[in-house]
Ligand binder design. Structure first.
Ligand code: T46
Length: 341
């Protein structure tokens, strides 16, 4: 039997990158193709260790480049596609929504057409709980797979649009798909524009941490490795056409998260700086993962164990994030900071 070919889009990013490493290690019998455009959030230095492995391949390409992608699919005849590639930062979508439509919506449609052309065995579309909109602060309410889509930001609207295209390709053409919708991920290689790595890196450098609004917005934190295990499970066991929510049952206010990091690093709360709120800032995300648990998934990290491991990782891998924050990122941060001031 020939070896299975798995295409992972966005495998130079945070979640996709962790997934590529997870799959290369776990499945020597699969060939893992990491396809990424290497935009500002993509970096290959994280893959040094797997680059020497026989079952890892890298392709630089733009998912929205129809001709190139279709040609590539015809040449490689991928068996499975796991689609992470996306513009993912909500703040950036508020200042520059166009690229989110181009990559997240158009790019997904190109991949769907290409997957149809070579009749892939499975297309897993990695999405987000933000497509459901926001919950209020009632702790007994959760997003389920039946919650209507009510995205609020240009980012979540672009992800909801791509989810609907994936659904439509299943309904119309019978493409074997799954959609996964995760809560907020954290862990190694998280790009420092996002709350947790931004806080860790700034606190380590004794710099102020901007907290939007009153800091009471709630996110449900999921360790990236638990997320990778969930996607692996859905890839192999997911029922075609189904959506699976992935959440860690770790709801925290942003202020709790920031204070935990400051305390763990033994720094002062004076570093917290309350700034203007994000436009259309969703109040609360929380996921009911019962359906996925039915396939046998359980998170292995609590927020407490996961954040301790993550902080330690950032302490041990200063070189990785220092090289990022000293580049173009600095301009981005200053611009964003002045918007929020
Ligand atoms: C960057 C930043 C954020 N925040 C607040 C805003 C949010 O309430 C919370 C987390 O923000 P972040 O931008 O890290 O993540 P979300 O906007 O929740 O979205 C993230 O989780 C979902 C599931 C995805 O799908 C997104 O791709 C992913 O970026 O902290 C601050 O208070 N200060 C800051 O400097």
């Amino acid at each position: 039997m020939s070896r299975k070919k798995i295409l992972v889009t966005g495998g130079a990013g945070f979640i996709g990158g962790n997934f590529v490493q997870y799959m290369v290690d776990k499945y020597p019998q699969y060939d893992i193709y990491n396809m990424d455009l290497l935009t500002y959030a993509g970096d290959l230095t994280k893959h040094k260790y797997i680059e020497t492995k026989d079952n890892y391949f890298f392709i630089k390409a733009d998912i929205a480049d129809r001709e190139t992608i279709l040609e590539l699919f015809k040449k490689e005849q991928f068996d499975y596609v796991v689609h992470f590639a996306a513009e993912s930062h909500v703040d950036r979508s508020i200042t520059d929504p166009g690229i989110f439509v181009q990559t997240n919506v158009l790019g997904t449609q190109v991949l769907l057409d290409s997957s149809r052309a070579v009749e892939v065995t499975k297309f897993v579309h990695v999405s987000t709980d933000e497509v459901y909109g926001e919950l209020d602060f009632d702790p007994d309410t959760f997003f389920t797979e039946e919650t209507p889509l009510q995205p609020n930001s240009p980012y979540s609207a672009s992800k909801a649009s791509s989810d609907l295209l994936v659904r439509a390709y299943h309904e119309t053409y019978g493409l074997p798909v799954n959609i996964t919708r995760c809560s907020n991920n954290y862990g190694p290689y998280h790009f420092p524009e996002k709350l947790i790595p931004l806080t860790i890196s700034r606190v380590l450098n004794d710099q102020k941490v901007p907290v939007y609004g009153d800091g009471k917005n709630i996110r449900d934190w999921l360790h990236v490795i638990d997320h990778c295990a969930a996607i692996d499970l859905v890839l192999h066991e997911g029922v075609n056409g189904e959506v699976y929510n992935v959440g860690g049952h770790n709801e925290k206010t942003n202020l709790e998260v920031v204070k935990t990091i400051i305390k763990t690093l033994d720094k002062s709360k004076e570093l917290i700086e309350f700034v203007k709120d994000r436009l259309g800032h969703d109040k609360r995300y929380a996921i009911d993962p019962t359906k996925l648990e039915g396939l046998g998934w359980q998170p292995t990290y609590t927020f407490e164990t996961g954040i301790a491991q993550t902080i330690q990782w950032y302490l041990d891998n200063k070189e990785w994030w220092e090289q990022i924050i000293s580049g173009d990122y600095q301009n981005y941060f200053e611009k964003q900071y002045s918007i929020n001031k």
